[in-house]
Ligand binder design. Structure first.
Ligand code: GDP
Ligand code: MG
Length: 441
């Protein structure tokens, strides 16, 4: 509800709007930041176009510069684009035993990530996990997974010499069923680059394993190459998510944005080191800050907005306490109602208004009425809005005519305003603090 509350005061915090020039100037910096962060050119271009449209005309908070405001908007849009799944860390592994296929190029961090995820599933979700290495090309790779398994206390499928990956996948499935495992992770072999043999092998494994999740593990430091890898694997194997490794390095995370934009697949985890605990659920805000490298600006704008909202809220409460509630206040409420999808949502929020709901329903008070009332207030002068008592016969006629309505309509509006002003006065007596807590907060 606090979000809604701040929405009420949103319109009061507007100090000015971003001009096309403000936006264009700031966007130049953003473009550089994106490209430096290794976001691919077409993705950066599309992104900037979308943000430019959003930012032009947007409100600028007092005490920050237009440029800073643009950065905040860019940041929020980045977070929006990067956010895939609601809960990226939760793998879809119902119906045990659930197969999870790990794919990617050699050296990307597949084996390490397989063990990290196994540990996480075991510790956080209490799953019984089996891991199997399908890397028949390199016996050392199989050993590596077995060693990690011992280290984290997760079972690995016993190694049988001379088996092919498909046979291993089948054996893992059998073992997982017989052993009562919740999930089994298949760590496939990688290559140094994408080739048909690799893809054919992974596809064959996929066909027998029928994985619930296919996670692509890519090195986050490889930037553009990571995006190409993701595109290829998604086209030929079909992936359900991405794990970006080596994000503890100095890569700036632009690959994350490109990958999201190009494959549309969610980024699930990021690897932050070689240790088994160095795996985190993907957090869009963190990567967005990293891509822009402007985290402090974003925080500054957020703080400025919060302060301003608090100041405005306090000022408004003080006025209510004194029994001041003019047509501007009423219009603010009506605008807010419309933004919140009309009458109903608003009612529960305002003490004093709940009682009026039945009355309003009976009077056929719907969203069209709200729109007409806003039109009436719009056709009042500044003076009249600040002091509705001025509204005598001739003024009523003028205002009604200006809004294409009848004098009876303006009478209804004035009556409603009086009722609300009374309700506000009562609320004011309850004390602003009590109101925030008990009513709006
Ligand atoms: P695979 O060939 O895809 O199975 O890759 P590996 O799991 O064997 O990893 C290759 C190397 O990268 C190993 O030395 C890992 O310890 C290291 N590694 C994996 N993930 C990360 C990570 O998130 N951060 C860092 N710094 N190193 C990682
Ligand atoms: Mg490996």
């Amino acid at each position: 509800l606090s979000e809604r509350l701040s929405g009420v005061f949103d319109r009061l915090t507007k100090q000015g709007a971003l001009s096309e020039d403000d936006v264009r100037t700031a966007m130049r910096e953003v473009r550089v930041a994106l490209l430096e962060a290794d976001v691919s050119l077409p993705v950066a271009r599309d992104f900037i176009k979308a943000v430019e449209k959003k930012a032009t005309g947007a409100a600028v908070t007092k005490s920050v510069t237009p440029g800073q405001q643009v950065i905040k908007i860019v940041h929020d849009e980045l977070v929006h684009v990067l956010s895939g799944d609601e809960d990226p860390g939760r793998l879809k592994i119902d119906n045990p035993p659930a197969p999870v296929l790990m794919v990617g190029l050699q050296g990307g961090g597949k084996t390490t990530t397989t063990a990290k995820i196994a540990k996480r599933l075991k510790e956080r979700e209490g799953k019984k996990v089996l891991m199997a290495s399908l890397d028949v090309n390199r016996p050392a790779a199989m050993e590596q997974l077995a060693i990690l398994g011992t280290q984290i206390g997760v079972d690995t499928l016993p190694i049988v010499k001379g088996e092919d990956p498909v046979a291993i996948a089948k054996r893992a499935k059998t073992q997982a069923s017989l052993g009562g495992y919740d999930v089994y992770l298949l760590d496939t072999a990688g290559r140094l680059s994408i080739d048909d043999e690799l893809m054919a092998q992974v596809a064959a494994v996929r066909d027998v394993a029928n994985p619930r999740e296919t996670l692509l593990v890519v090195d986050g430091l490889t930037g553009q190459d990571a995006v190409t890898t993701a595109e290829n694997f998604d086209a030929r194997i079909g992936i359900t998510g991405v794990v970006l490794t080596r994000m503890d390095g100095d890569g700036r995370g632009g690959a994350a944005l490109s990958m999201r934009a190009i494959t549309g697949k969610p980024i699930r985890f990021v690897g932050l080191g070689e240790k088994m605990d160095a795996l985190e659920t993907f957090e869009p805000a963190r990567i967005a800050g990293r891509i822009l490298g402007m985290g402090d600006i974003v925080a500054l704008v957020e703080r400025a907005q919060e302060t301003l909202e608090a100041e405005q809220a306090e000022r408004m409460m003080k006025r209510f306490q004194k029994g001041q509630f003019n047509m501007n206040d009423l219009k603010a409420q009506l605008d807010q109602m419309m933004r919140m999808g009309g009458m109903k949502g608003m009612m529960g929020m305002m003490p004093g208004m709940a009682k009026m709901q039945k009355q309003l329903d009976d009077a056929g008070f719907d969203d069209m009425v709200i729109r007409r009332q806003i039109a009436l207030i719009n056709s009042m002068t500044k003076k009249e809005r600040a002091n509705p008592d001025l509204m005598q016969a001739s003024r009523k006629k003028r205002v009604a005519a200006g809004a294409g309505q009848e004098v009876s309509d303006i009478n209804k509006l004035l009556k409603m305003h009086r009722q609300m002003a009374d309700a506000m006065k009562k609320m004011g007596k309850m004390g602003a603090k009590g109101l925030m807590r008990g009513g709006l907060g």
